[in-house]
Design a protein. Structure first.
Length: 276
């Protein structure tokens, strides 16, 4: 596969199809960016990308519109990501498509997205009678943003990451709401909160906060930023256990929430944050 981000629908005028069109999905191999991080062979993490889609609608067989919220969970070891604008265009192609029921929609989503990502995906639909069950919550941990740091660099600098490697190991969850990166193609801002859960030498928090703020002018997709954060912390600070979880604000009715871990801490809850 030779798809690259610059060939995607991002930054281009797009006609919105309203009849089912699975060919709209634009696939980008994960390995290209992983090569930049020297991640070849066995990955140093496992994890998922949790997508929440708030703008799903289709017609029943009598032509009446139906709506739902979809949650799509994609394994991190799938060979591809699906570019988010193409995902939105694909979902919008259901808008005037008649389906017998929500199970018919789920069947199409599972088949098309498994083919796109290159691996089975888990999909749930929350329909209007269950909207009240959708929960909200914030990432748990000590807030790094309390620190009064001086910033003069807005690109990721792994050299800022240090840890007390001669000290006793600790377990911490650290949170920042100051993660901002930019779309790899359009340069539009992507905003996120991030949680770092680790066991190992105590990480110097000021340097970690500066490192995270350093993504502010960095251009990468959400999944790629989280893998860069994970890899840099693992290499520079040498924790025995590490998990990185980011909750990105939505764009085009979609939010993407990557989680990468090297220990069985349990998959994080899919709780919508205040900014989402």
């Amino acid at each position: 596969m030779t798809n690259t981000a610059d060939l995607s629908p991002l930054g281009k005028t797009s006609a919105y199809q309203t009849q089912y069109a699975p060919e709209l999905l634009f696939l980008i191999p994960r390995q290209g960016k992983r090569d930049e991080l020297q991640l070849t062979g066995t990955l140093p993490f496992f994890g998922v990308d949790i997508w929440n889609a708030y703008e799903i609608s289709w017609l029943n067989m009598r032509g009446k519109p139906q709506v739902a919220i979809a949650t799509i969970t994609v394994p991190a070891d799938s060979p591809n990501i699906v570019e988010s604008k193409s995902f939105k265009l694909y979902l919008n192609s259901f808008n005037q498509t008649r389906l017998s029921n929500s199970d018919a929609l789920l069947a199409l989503l599972r088949e098309d997205l498994a083919g796109g990502f290159g691996a089975p995906v888990h999909i749930t639909l929350t329909e209007p009678h269950d909207f009240g069950t959708v929960r909200m919550g914030e990432l748990d941990g000590m807030l790094l943003d309390r620190l009064d740091v001086e910033i003069d660099n807005y690109s990721p600098s792994p050299a800022l990451l240090t840890a007390a490697k001669d000290g006793a190991p600790v377990e911490e969850k650290l949170v920042s709401h100051l993660l901002k990166s930019n779309c790899l193609v359009t340069g539009q801002p992507d905003w996120a909160s991030v949680q770092i859960h680790y066991v190992g030498p105590q990480i110097e928090q000021g340097g970690l906060l500066k490192y995270l703020i350093g993504f502010r002018e960095h251009n990468e997709f959400h999944e790629q930023c989280v893998e860069r954060i994970f890899t840099d912390i693992l290499r520079e600070c040498a924790p025995q256990k590490l998990a990185v979880y980011a909750r990105y604000t939505r764009r085009g009715g979609l939010d993407i929430n990557p989680w990468r871990s090297n220990f069985s801490s349990g998959r994080p809850p899919n709780l919508r944050t205040a900014r989402q």
